[in-house]
Design a protein around this ligand. Structure first.
Ligand code: KG4
Ligand code: ZN
Length: 349
């Protein structure tokens, strides 16, 4: 290493990040939180599709089988080795406990063997931080709507690592509702992309499904009533022998979800005088949601940010992005870091 390389290296923090909270085994190498050197995702979708949803035991077993190769591929693609890393980061919650444990054990083993700092990352913080990767200018404070298979959170990102949860779902997550409705109309798993595809050919005004308001909290969400309304509609059609037009059901359901998400998001933006708004999580890959959020933000003079679709769904690059700011804040975890299935945003281990 010559002296210029050495100066550059001292200013550069390179993190190997691992994500295994659900059904994606993922590893990434990220520099300074925003520059992705590699982002490897091994999806288990094909296996879980056979069962119509994620089977936790199978997910854990597949993570064990794949994690070594995924990490090796992430380092290889980055053109680096573990000796080039400054820290090892890993998702430690929330998620499926058996799945999380595989990543946590692997990260601890690597950090211990290489005498590297270990940083446990909150999965939702990872989703939010995916926005930093492509939006180099984005810095807190801003508001973020996190919509995934397990979570629906409206978050005030006050600073790096400082989150105020303004609202959350009282029952199903938005992605969960997409998955359940897709299964009910026979579109299969994962439901989000399938509903989006079908909705493009359907009429969003064909059925009027409910837009739930949660009493007592302006920013909370509820999707179970909407899901039941769709199921009741489908049962009614079957009983009366009325043909079901899947595309119309998909479009009307998707519109109902988007209306509620955008409405709550914009109420929060107005109340908090937000000038920047971001979206994150698997459902943020939905083009109709992105378009509606972009329009609503534009009308109010708010700058709108979103990650590219591959960084919306689960990946390790977002964990590396979040970990960089934890690293800079001096946060390190010990060998007692454990998987926490129901970790709340703002909790620490
Ligand atoms: O963030 P993610 O990969 O995993 C969790 O942390 O839960 O999100 C997965 C969820 C699934 O429910 C999936 O159906 C949904 O995101 N999803 C979508 C789309 N792509 C994925 N929902 C709506 N439209 C999409 N294009
Ligand atoms: Zn996720």
């Amino acid at each position: 290493m010559d002296s210029i390389d050495r100066i550059e290296k001292t200013n550069r923090v390179t993190i190997l990040a691992i994500e295994s909270s659900c059904d994606e085994t993922a590893a990434a190498v990220v520099e300074n939180g925003r520059n992705v050197r590699s982002n490897i995702i091994s999806s288990q979708i094909d296996i879980h599709t056979l069962y119509g949803g994620v089977v936790p035991e199978i997910a854990s077993r597949k993570h064990i089988e794949r994690i070594n190769q995924v990490i090796a591929q992430a380092l290889d693609t980055a053109g680096m080795t573990l000796d080039d890393m400054d820290a090892i980061a890993v998702t430690y919650g929330p998620g499926l406990v058996g799945a999380l444990l595989v990543g946590v054990a692997q990260a601890k083993a690597l950090a211990y063997a290489k005498k590297l700092p270990l940083i446990g990352v909150h999965h939702i913080e990872g989703h939010i931080s995916a926005n930093y990767i492509e939006n180099k200018e984005l810095e807190p404070p801003y508001l973020c709507l996190v919509v995934s298979g397990g979570h629906t959170h409206l978050v005030n990102v006050q600073d790096y690592g400082v989150y105020q949860v303004l609202g959350r779902t009282r029952d199903d997550a938005a992605g969960e509702a997409f998955d359940k409705v897709a299964r009910a109309i026979g579109l299969g798993y994962p439901g989000g992309p399938k509903i989006e595809q079908a909705a493009q050919k359907g009429n969003p005004q064909a059925m009027v499904f409910p837009r739930a308001k949660v009493s007592g909290s302006a920013f909370d969400f509820s999707f179970s009533g909407l899901k039941s309304a769709v199921l009741n509609y489908l049962n009614g059609c079957q009983m009366k022998n009325i043909p079901i037009i899947k595309e119309d059901v998909a479009a009307s359901f998707q519109k109902a979800v988007i209306d509620v998400l955008v409405d709550n998001a914009m109420q929060a933006a107005e109340q908090f005088h937000a000038d920047k708004f971001a979206i994150a999580g698997g459902v943020a890959a939905n083009t109709a949601l992105r378009t509606c959020m972009a329009d609503a933000c534009e009308k109010r003079g708010i700058q709108f940010f979103h990650p590219t679709p591959i960084l919306c769904t689960d990946n390790a690059a977002m964990i590396g992005a979040a970990a960089y700011y934890e690293y800079q804040a001096g946060r390190r975890d010990g060998w007692d870091l454990n998987a926490v299935a129901n970790l709340k945003l703002g909790d620490t281990c």
